[in-house]
Write a protein that binds this ligand. Structure first.
Ligand code: ZN
Length: 342
């Protein structure tokens, strides 16, 4: 089935930038997309996943383990490797939707009851976290998900591993994925502790520019009438982005973050009064990923500027005397900090 091309998405630059940088550096943590319905939040995730190079994976493995990274694979693949019977195939980067009302069993996996009853075997039935390994886990309306599930997802995303210990089972399997949550702030408050755990947060809104709106509708219509032709038109643009992501992933370990850049990030967080150090860490990782994507080897002010709002806007304390939006407050702090000499 054809997927709407990433490069054909009109506007929504901040959201695209956030997902792109998370694809370059999954350690950024999840991306929270805040905004109206029908603004193409899930389209962007699906489009980016479809554009990424396929992953080399062990054929029969439910976690799509990497045959070249057995140290982080599941037990089954480790034993296949030891016997020399591993078979690698190319699989598309998975995008898994976490439906509202999903039970913990469905998410983390559980005892396979059917096999337990019919064969008396204690087997593990992998859950959605298994399917999402090496891809994206998308949660629509994260604010409506139970708190303990969100905490669990964020913990697994951060550790890259799912450990299931119950019903006499003890299973550990890789679960590295980029968590993308969408939320509409008008439909339920997001806990500050939860907000803070997402690496990046972006605001999306229905475009107010007339020309943009017309362009969005035109492209959507063109895609629906002839998906293959439309994708062909944008194939080269998508390929450029793919090449940049692949190069950025390679370059990332060599990108340097000078002390001056860290000082800038800290100044910015102090000016905004963000709690703890998560803001600086997120900004540093995001700026580094952007530098890698831009083909640079040193993080500079421009990278920090561009990633400041998505890294910090969800970490601001509410100020009753200041009703400016969080994006505006970050912009203001940027103006103050970046005019001072570093
Ligand atoms: Zn495996």
């Amino acid at each position: 089935m054809a997927v709407f091309p990433f490069s054909a998405i009109v506007g929504q630059d901040e959201m695209k930038l956030a997902i792109l940088t998370a694809a370059v550096e999954p350690r950024i943590g999840g991306v929270l997309v805040l905004g109206d319905r029908g603004t193409g939040k899930s389209t962007a995730v699906r489009a980016l996943a479809a554009l990424l190079p396929k992953v080399r994976a062990v054929e029969s493995c439910p976690y799509h383990c990497d045959p070249d990274a057995i140290a982080s694979s599941c037990e089954h693949c480790a034993s296949l490797k030891a016997n020399g019977t591993i078979k690698a195939v190319q699989k598309p980067v998975p995008v898994v939707d976490l439906p509202l009302g999903a039970t913990e069993d469905r998410v983390v996996g559980a005892l396979d009851l059917e096999r337990a009853l019919s064969q008396g075997v204690k087997a593990f039935e992998p859950g959605l976290l298994a399917r999402a390994n090496r891809g994206f886990l998308y949660i629509d309306e994260v604010n409506l998900l139970e708190d303990h599930l969100v905490d669990l997802l964020i913990d697994v995303a951060a550790s890259g591993e799912n450990l299931v210990e119950r019903e006499g089972l003890s299973v550990r399997h890789p679960a590295r994925f980029v968590l993308v949550g969408s939320g509409n702030p008008e439909e339920g408050e997001l806990r500050p502790q939860l907000l803070d755990r997402f690496g990046l947060a972006v605001d999306v809104s229905t475009p107010t520019d007339l020309k943009l709106r017309v362009e969005v509708v035109k492209r959507r219509d063109a895609f629906e009438r002839d998906p293959e032709g439309f994708c062909e038109t944008w194939r080269k643009e998508d390929e450029k982005i793919r090449r940049r992501i692949v190069a950025a992933r390679k370059r990332l370990p060599e990108v340097e973050v000078p002390d001056a850049a860290l000082a800038r990030a800290a100044q910015l967080c102090m000016a905004l009064g963000t709690d703890g150090l998560r803001g600086e860490l997120a900004l540093m990782r995001a700026a580094r990923a952007l530098a890698a994507y831009e083909g640079d080897t040193v993080v500079n002010d421009e990278h920090l500027r561009r990633m400041a709002a998505p890294s910090l806007r969800h970490r601001l304390r509410r100020n009753p005397l200041d009703d400016a939006g969080s994006g505006t407050r970050v912009e203001r702090a940027l103006g103050e900090v970046f005019t001072q000499a570093a």
